[in-house]
Design a protein around this ligand. Structure first.
Ligand code: IPM
Ligand code: MG
Length: 349
């Protein structure tokens, strides 16, 4: 049976990295996959007047999985917030109830020298950040107002209800159970009420998972520990904003942000797959982007949404072999172009 992939290249380097993932998928899956392309981000705004046009959302809804490049363009910064490119990814996460964002960070041994950390510290990294992506300050009431004394004030309401916390906590526990059995919940319960509820609910849910070892950490400490001793973490579960920040940080510890894939899942295994890096407008169109995060995202898609684990293994092994063979884009300290990185993966296949 052919599976339908919604293919959304988006802005900046998005089309370049998606093109390489598509070459890899064509070799590994052939006509078992079919594709329908859609506009997202600034290119969608230009083409259809909205960063997430209705047609794009409709393609995503009917597809078995979404493969997403990147969104963001400096020309979008002056638009009203609801028309900015970022609304495309936020709208897809919310519109399809994609609430569980899994961001694995693992150092390929070949890249020990590319990490910002000392190789012996970096080589211990093998963790997954489970980030909630349907709530928090991202989706609360927000706005600009004028105070009584005429000063401008911006505000964004942070909130989580207990069902939202329990739902993502279960994904965290399940993920930990399938790995090394350790879950660290990250919050700011010493200051925020939202975090106090988060912590209380995670503890309540932990009763269902006696086999998982649960710990708690404040987000500032977690940021410090990720750099000091990342090997201590197995699975981190956290809210939308803290997860956004910590996952960029973890990616750099693991070599380069150009390496890390991600999956954002709903409750039924449907998912959106994207590199965690952004659209990098400064290098767009120059062939300098590292496509490996997107290629690895397509492997996650095969594994989590399409039931093709063997094909996913093949792609991941080919990426490792390409790195072992010396393929290095500029973010990894080399001179390989985007296409040459794709060539190296194809050669390894
Ligand atoms: C990410 C990105 C997005 C986010 C932006 C583009 C809205 O930074 O996926 O991490 O903040 O979630
Ligand atoms: Mg981010």
């Amino acid at each position: 049976m052919t599976k339908l992939i919604a293919l959304f290249p988006g802005d900046g380097i998005g089309p370049e990295v998606i093109a390489q993932a598509r070459r890899v998928l064509d070799v590994v899956c052939g006509d078992r996959l079919s594709y329908e392309e859609g506009y997202v981000g600034y290119v969608a705004y230009e083409a259809a007047g909205h960063p997430l046009p209705e047609e794009t959302l409709a393609i995503a809804r009917k597809a078995d999985a979404v493969l997403f490049g990147a969104i963001g363009d400096p020309r979008g910064d002056s638009l009203s917030r609801d028309l900015r490119p970022e609304q495309a990814i936020l709208g897809l996460r919310k519109g399809l109830t994609l609430f569980a964002n899994l961001r694995p960070a693992k150092l390929f041994p070949e890249l020990a020298d590319a990490s910002a950390l000392r190789p012996e510290v970096a080589s211990a990294i093998d963790l997954v950040i489970v980030r909630e992506t349907n709530g928090d300050v991202y989706f609360g009431e927000k706005g600009m107002r004028t105070t009584a004394n005429g000063r401008r004030e911006g505000y964004d309401i942070m909130s989580y209800n207990e069902d939202e916390v329990a739902r993502i906590a279960r994904v965290g526990f399940e993920t930990a159970r399938a790995r090394r059995g350790k879950l660290c919940s990250v919050d700011k319960a010493n200051v925020l009420e939202t975090s106090q509820l988060w912590r209380d609910v995670v503890i309540e849910v932990s009763a269902e998972y006696p086999d998982v070892e649960l710990s708690h950490m404040y987000v500032d400490n977690a940021a410090m520990q990720l750099v000091r001793n990342p090997g201590q973490f197995d699975v981190i579960v956290t809210g939308n904003l803290f997860g956004d920040i910590l996952s960029d940080q973890a990616s750099m510890c693991a070599g380069s942000i150009g390496m890390l894939p991600s999956a954002t899942l709903d409750a039924n295994g449907k998912g959106l797959y994207e590199p965690i890096h952004g659209s990098a407008p400064d290098i767009a169109g120059q062939g300098k982007a590292n496509p490996l995060a997107t290629i690895l995202s397509s492997a996650m898609m095969l594994r989590y949404s399409l039931g093709m684990a063997a094909e996913a293994d093949r792609i991941e092994a080919a990426v490792a072999a390409a790195l072992a063979g010396g393929a290095r884009s500029p973010d990894l300290g080399g001179t390989h172009t985007t296409v040459q990185m794709g060539d190296a993966v194809l050669a390894a296949l």
